[in-house]
Design a protein. Structure first.
Length: 352
């Protein structure tokens, strides 16, 4: 009898230890699960990754937000407005604390963004504004200055004036209006004449190729071409090369893409506008976390205090802008290479 009692006692002790172990594991799992759920949830909606810079924005934003304890869900709409609306609706259903949007068409997102706002979700317009929705923050590069730098670069490259083409970006991108304004204002006191202009829906580079060909049908007596971004400039330079005009016609653009920097040191593109996008992305992530935590982003104690406002068409909303820099062959090393944006080896790959 004692032998049986001893066996049962041993079995009881083993079972107790096993149950204790399971209980501990269960508690740890529960704690980890709760901690994960308690993290600030941020939804990041991109229009597409066609433009090289957006990958840099994504990586810097995500790494900064994660370092501050937030979780980031990245969605990419592939240039499709309905897809972007659907993805923002998904963010709303997931009860995100903050949604950051790089809109394809700001006007088309009005209803879904207002819905997000009605649910108490903070909304940040990143790089492009969404009109009339009273967003919690609009953060961007100073787009009017981008246009001004382009205009000034063309004036410097073409001091005697002449005919130029203006190939703008997507007409649904509100930034394009600001860039165009800055560009045209910069040309007011010059002898440069815009003899052909056009827009590129969804920033499709092949449309820029079509526009330049149409412009050359009007006249091939041109001294410069303004391009909405470096991707459009790639097709513009291609057409100019086919017409033996590359290197003779000044070409200006923005984004400091690697291919554009290579064209500048090679002599087929005159200038690009470098936009400190990693600064923009890290700043946006920091402010997003603050907004999600209910902190005052206008406070003097804020790492990046938001002290300006801008009108979104109906509301005055918090506005944070970052200063762009004109990049030419002369300051390529100082701005782009020393700044770590591209390597010397990559930029000068085709230069002997």
């Amino acid at each position: 009898m004692k032998k049986k009692t001893g066996i049962f006692l041993i079995i009881g002790i083993v079972l107790a230890l096993m149950l204790t172990g399971c209980g501990k594991q269960s508690v740890e799992t529960e704690t980890a699960h709760t901690t994960e759920e308690d993290k600030l949830q941020i939804g990041l909606s991109f229009d597409s990754f066609v433009i090289e810079r957006w990958l840099r924005d994504r990586d810097m934003f995500v790494s900064t937000a994660q370092s501050l304890g937030a979780e980031v869900n990245v969605q990419v709409a592939g240039g499709e407005v309905e897809e972007q609306i659907s993805q923002i609706e998904y963010f709303i259903q997931k009860k995100m604390d903050v949604i950051i949007i790089i809109p394809i068409d700001g006007d088309a997102l009005y209803d879904v963004v207002k819905e997000a706002k009605s649910k108490g979700i903070c909304v940040i317009c990143y790089d492009r504004i969404i009109p009339n929705v009273n967003a919690d923050l609009y953060i961007t590069i100073d787009n009017e200055m981008v246009g001004t730098l382009m205009g000034e670069a063309l004036k410097k490259a073409c001091p005697n004036g002449g005919n130029i083409f203006a190939i703008y970006g997507s007409p649904t991108d509100k930034n394009v209006e600001e860039v165009e304004k800055g560009f045209k204002d910069a040309l007011v006191d010059s002898k440069l004449n815009i003899v052909y202009s056009g827009y590129c829906d969804n920033w499709l580079a092949e449309i820029a190729e079509t526009h330049v060909n149409k412009g050359l049908e009007v006249t091939d007596d041109i001294v410069g071409v303004m391009c909405g971004n470096d991707d459009l400039a790639s097709q513009v330079v291609k057409v100019l090369s086919e017409n033996r005009l590359a290197g003779q016609v000044a070409v200006v653009a923005q984004d400091a893409e690697l291919a554009a920097c290579q064209r500048i040191v090679e002599g087929t593109q005159t200038m690009t506008v470098y936009k400190p996008i990693e600064q923009e992305a890290s700043t946006a992530a920091t402010l997003a976390v603050m907004l999600g935590n209910g902190e005052d982003i206008g406070s003097a104690d804020c790492e990046y205090p938001v002290t300006e406002t801008t009108n979104d068409g109906e509301y005055e909303i918090p506005y944070y802008k970052i200063t762009p820099v004109a990049v030419t062959k002369e300051n390529m090393d100082e701005v782009v290479i020393d700044g770590g944006f591209h390597t010397h080896e990559d930029v000068y790959l085709n230069v002997k």
